[in-house]
Write a protein that binds this ligand. Structure first.
Ligand code: C2E
Ligand code: CA
Ligand code: CA
Ligand code: CA
Length: 278
């Protein structure tokens, strides 16, 4: 135990002991989760607003915990990052996405681009690109259908990011910037790195209908993307109003509950032709 000074004891409340204990239990469970096949990917479509076609999907991880039920990534990804478990879990996520791509193809669907979220710890791991190359080999995944979503903060170590992204591009993988506009950004990296698309963060889209500033910000991002030859995706679109406004501003690729919630690979396969018709 820590040697506490006389005035320090208030820093440790009983709730904190409980939380620390709970976190330790959860960490133990997370160590087993891969082996016990408790992790699962869901997929949310990215839709061409003009045609209704699915142009890609984003893979989103879930944990079917034996006692706690279905956990969202917000509850365990930070823990996975803190403990280093994100490295094997992240490898599994990429491999699983590649396998799903193959399963959809086998069942006769047109090939769909799959976007996979990377976390910083995973990206910064020195053997990351080698492990991705091995996964592409092993699964036969065509790299042009794989996209990695990184965040602006991952570009902070500029030299490392430039080198790692260059290696990924050499493998033929697409790169997009997630949560664009919310992080630290020098914009310089947009020019230096070979990026394919920007994802406009949900927070800008949330009150698009009511907030003139948000429309202007989004307009600026779209013009920036156009000038740099990047694609642009509007995220978290829930209403017809938001959709119409984004299309008016020139953003034609839309991801959000308005079109489609995240669903299992099987549900997407079964509903595919209905999804693109609606
Ligand atoms: P994100 O990458 O920004 O993913 C979008 C999140 O917004 C997802 O939540 C998605 O379900 C949700 N979403 C999509 N459309 C709408 C909408 O119209 N309305 C609302 N309210 N929400 C919408 P989810 O699945 O809970 O994921 C949360 C975050 O966890 C992700 O944010 C991402 O940062 C992280 N995450 C998810 N899967 C992975 C993964 O496989 N690896 C890593 N490293 N992180 C992941
Ligand atoms: Ca994402
Ligand atoms: Ca996002
Ligand atoms: Ca606002």
């Amino acid at each position: 135990a820590k040697n506490l000074g006389k005035n320090d004891y208030m820093l440790f409340s009983p709730e904190m002991y409980v939380n620390a204990g709970e976190e330790l239990l959860l960490e133990n469970d997370l160590r087993q989760a891969l082996k016990k096949e408790e992790l699962e990917l869901e997929y949310q479509g990215q839709i061409n607003a003009n045609t209704g076609a699915i142009i890609g999907v984003e893979a989103l991880v879930r944990w079917n915990h034996p006692e706690k039920g279905r956990l969202s990534p917000g509850t365990f990804i930070p823990l996975a990052e803190k403990t280093g478990l994100i490295v094997p879990i992240g490898d599994w996520i990429i491999r699983q996405a590649c396998r799903q791509h193959h399963l959809w193809k086998e069942s006769g669907l047109p090939p769909i681009k799959i976007s996979v979220n990377l976390s910083a710890q995973q990206f910064l791991n020195q053997s990351f690109t080698a492990s991705v190359a091995a996964t592409l080999q092993e699964t036969g995944m065509p790299p042009e259908f794989l996209e990695f979503e990184i965040t602006e903060s991952m570009a902070m170590d500029f030299n490392y990011a430039e080198k790692a992204l260059h290696e990924l591009k050499k493998l033929g993988i697409r790169i997009s910037i997630d949560d664009f506009g919310t992080g630290y950004s020098s914009l310089y990296y947009l020019k230096r790195f070979d990026i394919d698309a920007l994802k406009i963060d949900k927070s800008f889209i949330d009150d698009l209908s009511g907030d003139k500033n948000d429309a202007e910000l989004i307009n600026t991002m779209i013009v920036l993307a156009d000038n740099l030859g990047l694609g642009v995706i509007g995220e978290g679109v829930e209403t017809r109003e938001q959709l119409d406004e984004l299309v008016r501003l020139g953003c034609h690729t839309i991801q959000g509950y308005y079109f489609m919630k995240p669903m299992s690979g099987d549900d997407l396969r079964c509903g595919y032709y209905d999804l693109i018709r609606s």
